[in-house]
Design a protein around this ligand. Structure first.
Ligand code: GLY
Length: 358
């Protein structure tokens, strides 16, 4: 068991780790000390796969909402159903909310917790690698609008995050690899030693100690950033590395590319723009090598055109009146917020496309 704490001007988040296999009682202990009888929001697949483990927590819960983790359900309609379910359960201001699932369920569950009765205490139990290394920390909540992802949300850091890497035992391989892309992103932003840990780990058969070390290192990097800039007025934008191109690729592929796969390609494309502006010329090759080693895609076919990507960039939340703020990796731990005008962006696009087409 390890504990970490991050304090921002708004709140404190405690991260605890636990093993589900050897410390069943520890897992149940997490539902004490003010976390008794929570309102539970659980990913339907996690509920199915971990029924025995979850049953005692469910039996003592004040209410339960089971949610399918599908992007089309991450909307205001589902949010409203969660509020209705909270209301039907008769929960109060002092009822804590515990969300157990991946990034999608944590995002919407945390949003319900931050808005119902103007805010309830929140514990997140991430069950995917992507959520463990990134989404669970930093308080972003959100739902999609028809036009784009995560357009409506709040900043509501969880009071407690419980990391139990045993949940990864039942995570599909493709989703595990999606999490690796976010780990690469974090290593590029703030800690190259994460990459060394990743290189030593057998990605097809990871051992729990190695993966836990990597998760905690990623959370340390992210924790340092969100402590300084919770509301993303500056430095936190660095955490969007790979995401401007990544989100556009995800949409352009009609979600055939997973979020992590698209972010991995985004790291590559954004490194191409950085090279064009004086960044380390070896970096795109190094990123490509890492993506390959992780079994992530290293290119896209011609169904994604430069024009389509360029149109999709407009949805990026870093878009400003006359241009966009990009996060460009000039080198390891040297990612820079760089404002590009539409003209500069247009000139950079062919470099991105030539790298992604290889
Ligand atoms: N996933 C990026 C952030 O939390 O800011």
């Amino acid at each position: 068991m390890m504990n970490f704490e991050w304090n921002t001007a708004m709140s404190a988040t405690t991260v605890r780790t636990c093993s589900l296999k050897t410390e069943q009682s520890v897992w149940l202990n997490e539902f004490s000390d003010g976390w008794e009888h929570p309102f539970l929001i659980i990913d339907s697949e996690v509920r199915r796969l971990w029924d025995n483990l979850l049953q005692p927590a469910i039996m003592s819960a004040s209410g339960l909402y089971i949610m399918e983790a599908r992007e089309v359900l991450k909307n205001t309609f589902t949010l409203s159903r969660i509020w209705d379910s909270m209301s039907a359960a008769g929960i109060h201001r002092d009822t804590p909310v515990v969300v157990i699932g991946g990034g999608l369920v944590c995002d919407i569950g945390a949003m319900a917790a931050s808005t119902y009765l103007r805010g309830l205490r929140l514990m997140l139990v991430p069950t995917t690698l992507l959520c463990m290394v990134d989404a669970c920390l930093g308080g972003k909540t959100g739902v999609n609008l028809a036009s784009a992802k995560n357009q409506v949300g709040t900043f509501n850091p969880a009071e407690k995050i419980l990391i139990a890497p045993d949940f990864l035992d039942t995570l599909p391989n493709r989703e595990f690899k999606s999490g690796i892309a976010e780990i690469l992103k974090t290593a590029l932003i703030g800690d190259r030693s994460i990459l060394e840990l990743l290189e030593r780990m057998d990605i097809e058969n990871p051992d729990k100690n190695s993966i836990l070390k990597i998760i905690l290192k990623c959370l340390e990097v992210k924790g340092g950033i969100v402590t300084e800039d919770l509301r993303e007025t500056g430095k936190r934008m660095l955490l969007n590395l790979g995401h401007t191109i990544g989100h556009a690729l995800e949409s352009a592929s009609e979600f055939r590319l997973s979020h992590g796969e698209a972010v991995g390609l985004g790291l590559l494309g954004e490194a191409a723009i950085a090279v064009n502006r004086g960044g380390n010329r070896d970096l795109p090759g190094e990123i490509r090598g890492m993506l390959k080693q992780a079994g992530l895609p290293t290119g896209v076919n011609d169904m994604v055109s430069g024009e389509k990507l360029s149109r999709l960039f407009k949805r990026d939340k870093k878009t400003r009146r006359n241009g966009r703020i990009w996060v460009l990796p000039f080198d390891w731990c040297d990612c820079r917020l760089t404002y590009l005008t539409p003209d500069q962006e247009e000139k950079a696009l062919p470099f991105v496309m030539s790298l992604l087409r290889v």
